[in-house]
Design a protein. Sequence first.
Length: 247
Amino acid sequence: MIKFFRQIRFRLMETGKTGKYFKYAIGEIILVVIGILIALQINNWNEGKKAKAKEREALLEIVSDLEYSLIDLDDVLNTQNNNLAKNINSIKTLINVLQTDQKYHDSLGNHFYSTNSYDEPYFKTSGYNSLSSIGMDLIEDSKIRSEIGQFYSATVIDTKGAFSELRQDFHEYMLDFIRKDFTFSTSNNGQIVMRPNNYEALKVNKEYIQSLRTFLFVSEYYYNNLNDIKAEAIQLKKDIETYIKEH
């Protein structure tokens, strides 16, 4: 093709048709420019397609991470043997039993053991970490990008802080009592229980009851925090899935 254009230019110059030559040269330049623009457009389209594929891949990984985190959150809140909802109920039961001077019964061993249990959900962040290393701008939609950043850089960190407070309060208010005033054993159905060494003394131990109240307050705060982050994770997952479907 280039050889063909050169031959045309050469014949025009030989015959002295300078005006036609310049018109032809301008036309040739225009064709070259158009070719370059088309090539750039195709390249941009290809790059855009690649970027969209990477965006989709990153978002699908985050959705997978959210699904994993939601399962673990539900375990900690409601499902596993010593879940947070059960522990909170046990602390309330113990406060009521001790303050109303009720007699000891075997089921209290399970409730006392619940004061020794607290757990932290695992937030899987591999998708977010991968996206951060590539660049958050890979996500074209500003709303989705903002929601993802808010969830992983703020909400998850706040929840970890709430767990740290719960753990600290357990060590400050509960651990010494558990070490000194209780014995671990196994119930008839094979469950681990915690029995007080002196139940009557424990009923009038104001410091222990106040420690239970403090631990209850922190546990309820943590429980509400986990439910909030669960709701946010569900909404984020839904928003991402809708975005992927529409794009």
